[in-house]
Each structure stands twice: as structure tokens, then as C-alpha cells.
Design a protein around this ligand. Structure first.
Ligand code: COA
Ligand code: AMP
Length: 635
């Protein structure tokens, strides 16, 4: 089939407002937009101004009313507990209504924030939908973040209520969530009114009198009382959620997602980009704490009337490298979305792909990979073992859906290994040099998007228009800065090479080395520090820390290094995967005092490097190389 991509993309370029106005017809509105796009509203304009809608209505109620009442909406498959729970659209509605009623009785209403700090249980998705139903604004915090990160988010979002659980389950350990939650609330200035706690049988927790509410009891009471909570109409431009993502400092950025544009954009991608039809089973093997989980575990598939799989487990070790194929065959998954790390992990354990033929993958059509650079070797391995298209695509928490992809629904274009595809409608992607001039095709530069950003992208940062402008819009006036470096080839395929800021990507998880440096610097014996991301065969990148100790510190440096590692785990969380820190005498700097992190990374990764002309003292780089060699790094 010839791809309709070029025709559709050109159609959007000719008439962006007409394009999104047409796409909006796939959503049910209480009141249509007065203006599809109003350039005078918000920071760079707003989509669907004047429209009113409800995201939960579109994700659940309209399917119940429209013939999908008995179709499965959500399948919770836990490869850790060995349990599977299934919810039809009717059953999901019942759960969501009961929880929405609990929330309302706790005083949560339109515009109030609800933090959701949960493991991969169905109740995490139910809490998101219940919040959407009553017009509240949810903020899901990934379970792998520790108390300090959670506290920062509590202080920024100021939630009325927190929904959490007693524990999360990692393959080798039970993660007690409640002590982390209690500590975060202790640390935060803002105190939520109450916490709703899901007790999991693997590890029950203590409940605080008159503060913690038992999730199951509260919901059961509402159900028994026959609670009914109608969907609350909100403006299309009202926030649906805030998701915090790493910025260049320890203060994470609160990405705001609106209700209207978000629904329109996601619904469009399900069909045209992922090539999935209503009624089919879609699986995003991510976590609800990440944007992929928001868009493609919860909202995208449900808005489209699909069945979504919410998976608790890992690609390997729960119990083996065949788990993904088991889930695909057991639930009839047609499309899987995951991070390349997951496939590198599977490939590492089952290089010959011997688990693949053990399962019936007859319904499975396409594998989608994103979140980090997909190395061609991994893509080719997956293509060969699965005998299906493997589609790399590129986006960010900020955009909420792909900026580039090879669009399965519009018809696949030829695959180019190493490229995450071509720009999608809404995205006029340009490559600029540092002075803001466009560079010729094939030349590396800053990847930017011409404003306005399309429907579904962040309109701003939570309570921080100024920071939004400064972080994304000021460096290249008229463009959104992605902070990725890359190039566009003659055929319009994008190649994404690296970040231009201090963000690193560890197992598809976005982390800030700046935030880690803040933690290292807080250790009393540390005078100076640097954190860089170095190559890792499985996780893509992992962080590596350097510390210079205060003069006169006589303690064993090994003990200090262990404390520093522990501090990052305690402050940021295990997800930082911060395991190595090297004590050095001094940091390499330019004469103006800038730490040469790029050169240190090249030494650690055994890449070719040139002595920076502006270096203060060239001998320091030999010291770094020797210190790394002592740890078996860069040799
Ligand atoms: N709650 C608590 N802790 C968590 C957690 C959670 N939700 N998720 C991860 N962690 C912990 C892990 O237990 C691990 O702790 P440890 O240092 O005690 O071992 C640490 O955070 C790092 O986790 P992870 O990056 O998942 O590494 P891993 O070694 O446990 O597993 C993979 C390796 C490849 C199996 C895993 O990284 C993976 O599944 N990657 C896929 C990436 C993905 O889906 N990304 C989503 C973005 S699209
Ligand atoms: P996040 O906001 O966590 O989704 O991270 C977004 C960042 O991950 C991007 O800015 C890129 O640096 C990186 N990224 C995501 N997808 C890809 C991809 N397909 N190829 C290369 N890098 C990617």
C-alpha cells in the first residue's frame, strides 16, 4: 500500500487549523470550540478555545453508551504476582465512578490537584480517570522516585489528596511505598488533606488515624451506596494533568497537559500513527509514572475504544525473556510499545530469540520503540526474530505524542535504520545552528519545532509561564527548543543524536545530571563534583559521578563514595541507577571555570577526544583517565 503520509502532512501544512478542526470531530464535546486555535491566548496560543468536554467521558462513558460496554477496556497483568485482572468498559466505569465519589467526598473538585504515587496496579489508571471525571488535575509520580523527589512535587502541585499504595513489587524486593510517602509529606511544606491508600497483600502498611483512608473500604462503601458521579464539563484548555520531568536543576518542570487538544491529538495518533483500530488490544510496556504510560497505557487506547494492557513486570526475570511474548499471545496484543532498553535486555538473555516461537503471536502486527535512541542492531534483531515491522519514533514528555514516526496507519514509508522517522502533522521540524540559522540537510544542529506547537503539546509549565518561555522559547525565537541535537536527511527523515543539555537517558528514563550534582554537592565532605552520562550496553546510558573532597578530609574515600551513592538513591530514588562515583584530586575546567564534562565523557566512553584549547591544566585529564582506569572504566 502506498503511504498517504506526504499527502496528509502537506494537507496539515496548508491548513493547520482546518486539520485539527477535522480531527476534533472524533471527540465528543459538550460545546464545540469558538476558535480551533487562538494565537492571542496563552504563551504561544491555545487550542480549542471555548470548547467544553470531559476526558473521562470520552475514554469510558461514550464507549459504554456506544456499544463497547462489554468489551475489555483494561487488563492488568502482573508477571510478578502471577495474577491477571480484567475490566470491561462497564466495570471500569463502575470502579472510576466509585473512586470519583470518594474523591468528591474528600472535597476534591474541579481544578484541585491529586497526586498519584502508585505501582503498576489497575487502581493507578482508575485514579487518573476518576480525577479526570471530576475535573481535578492529577499528577502521577513514578514509584521509583524517593521521598525528596515526591516532596518537591507535592510542594509544586499542592494536592488536596494523594492516592498511593502500601507497596510496589520489583522482581527481587518489595518496595514499601508508605514510609516514602509519609517521609515526603513530612518534608513538604504543603500538606495534603488526606491520603487514600491501597493495601496490597504482599506488604500491608500502618494507617494514620484520621488521615489515611483505606482505598478498598472507601470505594466499597461508595459502590454499596450506589454512588453516581457524572462527568464534570471542563474547558478544553483546562489542565487534565501535570507530569513532572527532569529539568536542568533539581527543580523538576511541571508539564501541563490540557483536556481538549490532548484528546484530539492522542485519538489521531492511535489510528494514523500506530495503525490500531477500536476494539483491538494495545500494549505500552512502560509505567504510568512516565508520559508513555499516560498517553499509551491510559488515555490513547481508551479514547480510541481499544483494550489496554497494564503490565507489572520486567522484560527479563519475571520470570524469563519470554514474558513479553506470553503477554502478547495471552491477550491478543496487536501493537507493543516499549523502550529499546527492554529489547536489549531480552536480546542479552535470549540472543537467538528461542522464546519467540513458543508463543502464538499471530495477532501481533507492529513493535514501536521510543524513549531513547534505538540502535540499529537492536532494531534489526527485533525485526528478524519477530518478522514484523519495528518502528522507532521520537517524542518528549512535553509533546505527549510522537513528533516523528514512520506512520503505520497512514502506510509505512521505507525504514531507515537510525532514524525515528518523519515529522507528523503539527510538527514543522527545523535544524538550526547555534545562531538560529537553518542548516542544510544532512548537517547536525539544534532540533526545533516552528511555533505554534500543535494540539496535545504542553501549553506551559505549571504556574511557571516565565520558566516555560525561558527554557523552551527564548533561545530560538519563533521555535520550540527540543534540546535534542540531530539532522534531517534529503528525504525528510530525522536523526536524533544527543541532548544539548545535561539530561541523560537511563533505560528510557529521563534524568538530570544537574539534579544529581546537587545531591553530590550536599555531602559534607564534597568540595566539587560532576556527573556525566556514560554508555551502557543495556541501559543506553548510566550516570557516573566524580567528587573532589574538601581539603583536610582524612576519611577513607571509598566510604564517602558509598555514602554519596546512598544519598542519590535516598534523594532521587533507585531509578537514577547511580552506582559509581570516583574520587579525584581536581576537576578539569576551562580557564573560565567551566567543567569539561563532555571531554570526561569521551574519556570514559573510549571515544576520540581532542585536548580543549581552553583547558586550564591539561594534566588533569591524565589524572581522570588514570582514576577511571582504576575502576575499569574507559580501558
Ligand atoms: N518502584 C520502585 N523502584 C523501582 C521502580 C519502581 N516503579 N522501577 C525501577 N525501580 C528500581 C529498580 O528496582 C532498580 O533498583 P535496584 O538498584 O535496587 O536494582 C532501579 O530502580 C533501576 O531500575 P531499572 O532501570 O528498571 O533497572 P533494572 O536493572 O531493575 O531493570 C530493565 C533493567 C532493562 C529490565 C529495565 O530497565 C526495563 O525494563 N527497562 C525498560 C524501560 C522502560 O520501559 N522505560 C519506560 C520509558 S518508555
Ligand atoms: P522523555 O521526555 O522522557 O520522553 O525523554 C525525551 C527525550 O528522550 C528526547 O528529548 C530524546 O533525547 C530522547 N528520545 C526519545 N525518543 C527517542 C528516539 N526515538 N531516538 C532518540 N532519542 C529519543
Amino acid at each position: 500500500m502506498a503511504s498517504r503520509y506526504h499527502e496528509v502532512y502537506e494537507g496539515w501544512k496548508r491548513d493547520p487549523v482546518g486539520f485539527w478542526g477535522e480531527a476534533a470531530k472524533a471527540i465528543d464535546w459538550y460545546k464545540p470550540a469558538e476558535k480551533v486555535f487562538d494565537p492571542t491566548e496563552g504563551v504561544y496560543g491555545r487550542w480549542f478555545v471555548g470548547a467544553s468536554c470531559n476526558t473521562c467521558y470520552n475514554a469510558i462513558d461514550r464507549h459504554v453508551a456506544g456499544g463497547r460496554a462489554d468489551q475489555l477496556a483494561l487488563i492488568h497483568d502482573s508477571a510478578i504476582t502471577g495474577t491477571i485482572r480484567k475490566f470491561t468498559y462497564t466495570e471500569l466505569k463502575r470502579e472510576v465512578v466509585a473512586l470519583a465519589s470518594v474523591m468528591r467526598h474528600r472535597g476534591v473538585g474541579k481544578g484541585d490537584r491529586v497526586i498519584i504515587y502508585m505501582p503498576m496496579v489497575a487502581e493507578a489508571a482508575i485514579a487518573m480517570l476518576a480525577s479526570a471525571r471530576i475535573g481535578a488535575v492529577h499528577s502521577v509520580v513514578f514509584g521509583g522516585f524517593a521521598s525528596h523527589e515526591l516532596a518537591t512535587r507535592i510542594d509544586d502541585a499542592k494536592p488536596k489528596l494523594i492516592v498511593s499504595a502500601s507497596c510496589g513489587l520489583e522482581p527481587a524486593r518489595i518496595v514499601a511505598y508508605k514510609p516514602l510517602l509519609d517521609k515526603a509529606i513530612e518534608m513538604s511544606k504543603h500538606k495534603p488533606d488526606a491520603c487514600l491508600i491501597l493495601q496490597r497483600e504482599q506488604l500491608r502498611c500502618e494507617m494514620k488515624d484520621n488521615y489515611d483512608i483505606d482505598y478498598a473500604d472507601a470505594v466499597a462503601r461508595e459502590r454499596a451506596a450506589g454512588a453516581n458521579v457524572d462527568c464534570v464539563p471542563v474547558l478544553a484548555t483546562d489542565p487534565l494533568y501535570i507530569i513532572y520531568t527532569s529539568g536542568t536543576t533539581g527543580q523538576p518542570k511541571g508539564i501541563v497537559r490540557d483536556n481538549g487538544g490532548h484528546m484530539v491529538a492522542l485519538k489521531w495518533t492511535m489510528d494514523n500513527e500506530f495503525g490500531v483500530k477500536p476494539g483491538e488490544v494495545f500494549w505500552a510496556a512502560s509505567d504510568v509514572g512516565w508520559v508513555v504510560g499516560h498517553s499509551y497505557i491510559v488515555y490513547g487506547p481508551l479514547l480510541h475504544g481499544c483494550t489496554s494492557v497494564l503490565f507489572e513486570g520486567k522484560p527479563i526475570g519475571t520470570p524469563d525473556a519470554g514474558t513479553y511474548w506470553r503477554v502478547i499471545s495471552e491477550h491478543g496484543v496487536v501493537a507493543l510499545f516499549t523502550a529499546p532498553t527492554a529489547f536489549r535486555a531480552i536480546k542479552g538473555q535470549d540472543p537467538k530469540g528461542e522464546f519467540v516461537p513458543k508463543y502464538d503471536l499471530s495477532k501481533f502486527r507492529t513493535l514501536f520503540l521510543a524513549g531513547e535512541r534505538a540502535d540499529p542492531e537492536t532494531i534489526k534483531w527485533a525485526e528478524q526474530k519477530l518478522d514484523r515491522p519495528v518502528i522507532d519514533h521520537w517524542w518528549q514528555t512535553e509533546t505527549g505524542s510522537p513528533m516523528t514516526i514512520n506512520p503505520a496507519g497512514l502506510g509505512l514509508l521505507p525504514v531507515k535504520y537510525g532514524s525515528p522517522g518523519v515529522p507528523m502533522p503539527g510538527y514543522d521540524i527545523r535544524i538550526l545552528d547555534d545562531a538560529g540559522h537553518e542548516v542544510p540537510r544532512g548537517t547536525l544542529g539544534n532540533v526545533v519545532v516552528k511555533l505554534p506547537l500543535p494540539a496535545g503539546c504542553l501549553p506551559t509549565l505549571w504556574n511557571a509561564d516565565g520558566r516555560f518561555r525561558q527554557a523552551y522559547l527564548e533561545e530560538f525565537p519563533g521555535y520550540y527548543k527540543t534540546a535534542d541535537a540531530g539532522m534531517m536527511d534529503e528525504d525528510g527523515y530525522l536523526y536524533v543524536m544527543a541532548r544539548t543539555d545535561d539530561i541523560i537517558n537511563v533505560a528510557g528514563h529521563r534524568l538530570s545530571t544537574g539534579a544529581m550534582e546537587e545531591v553530590l554537592a550536599a555531602h559534607p565532605d564534597v568540595a566539587e563534583c560532576a556527573v556525566i552520562g556514560i554508555a551502557d550496553a543495556m541501559k543506553g546510558q548510566v550516570p557516573l559521578g566524580f567528587v573532589v573532597l574538601n581539603a583536610g578530609v582524612a576519611r577513607d574515600s571509598g566510604a564517602i563514595e558509598s555514602e554519596v551513592v546512598g544519598l542519590v538513591r535516598e534523594r532521587i530514588g533507585p531509578v537514577a541507577a547511580f552506582k559509581t562515583v570516583v574520587t579525584i584530586k581536581r576537576l578539569p575546567k576551562t580557564r573560565s571555570g567551566k567543567i569539561l564534562r563532555g571531554t570526561m565523557q569521551k574519556i570514559a566512553d573510549k571515544e576520540e577526544w581532542a585536548m580543549p584549547a581552553t583547558i586550564d591544566d591539561p594534566l588533569i585529564l591524565d589524572e581522570i583517565a588514570a582514576a577511571l582506569k582504576g575502576r575499569g572504566i574507559g580501558v
